[in-house]
Design a protein around this ligand. Structure first.
Ligand SMILES: [Zn+2]
Length: 249
């Protein structure tokens, strides 16, 4: 059951399994989108599991970070994955959707950038595609807004590296459609703020090759994996039958 979503209030209290079962007579797998993106990276990486240590940074409307150690997402079966987007980077800053002030999402998420860009251009609103166009065309006012947002995200990423020392950071999500100059700027800020020893080790920041399809691929792979590993077990069939009967009541 979805609860507490400030970004998508219309889906609060929605029982996802119930909804899909009633519509399609199929039991869906339900997964957080950031975790789904991380699963895509884990399952489509041919290296041995013990070599898969990374942080998946998912940045778009919200900002999330998923920690992967030895090919396993840390704590992903729990209700909460951690809230990197709600770590405070501007004490006393703007009020966030979560109620705190100055969260990373208030300065570095797509809605925050759109708001800043619209103000800079003296407009009421602006689409993110339009922000990307202005940014890539070198519009100084928009570049200032975007680069300012990169400063905070870069500091946040450097803090993650200093705390968790991952082998690499995989960046995923619509924010990075801003392109290479944004990613290079971010990398520079991350390098400048990373503990010298870890900077020397070199933590690679690399963009996911799956782009906007990453979450959908991860969610689909979750179902396929379940099908191939458990579908033929009687325990699984009984569990599915019981759940289907419950939902049909
Ligand atoms: Zn917040």
């Amino acid at each position: 059951v979805i609860s507490g979503s400030k970004l998508f209030p219309a889906v609060n209290n929605l029982n996802v399994q119930d909804y899909f079962y009633k519509s399609f007579k199929l039991l869906p797998e339900v997964i957080n989108t950031s975790a789904a993106r991380a699963l895509t990276e884990i399952w489509h990486d041919s290296r041995p599991a013990e070599q898969k240590d990374f942080i998946l940074l998912d940045a778009g409307v919200g900002i999330g970070a998923v920690i992967v150690k030895k090919g396993v997402i840390i704590d992903w079966q729990d209700e909460y994955l951690g809230e990197f987007g709600h770590t405070i980077v501007c004490p006393g800053g703007k009020t966030c959707t979560c109620g705190l002030k100055g969260c990373l999402e208030t300065v570095s998420s797509i809605p925050a950038i759109k708001e800043g860009a619209a103000a800079a251009l003296g407009r009421k609103s602006i689409t993110f595609d339009s922000v990307i166009e202005h940014y890539q065309a070198g519009d100084q006012a928009i570049m200032k807004v975007v680069d300012n947002s990169a400063e905070y995200l870069g500091l946040g990423i450097a803090n993650l590296i200093n705390l968790l020392v991952p082998d690499k950071i995989i960046i995923s999500g619509s924010l990075f459609e801003l392109g290479n100059s944004y990613i290079c700027k971010l990398q520079r800020i991350v390098d400048e703020s990373t503990f010298p020893l870890f900077r020397k080790k070199g933590v690679l920041m690399q963009q996911s090759i799956y782009r906007e399809e990453a979450a959908a691929i991860g969610a689909a792979t979750l179902s396929l994996n379940k099908f191939f590993t458990t579908f033929h077990s009687e325990k699984f069939k009984n569990k599915e039958d019981i759940r289907a009967k419950e939902l049909a009541m």
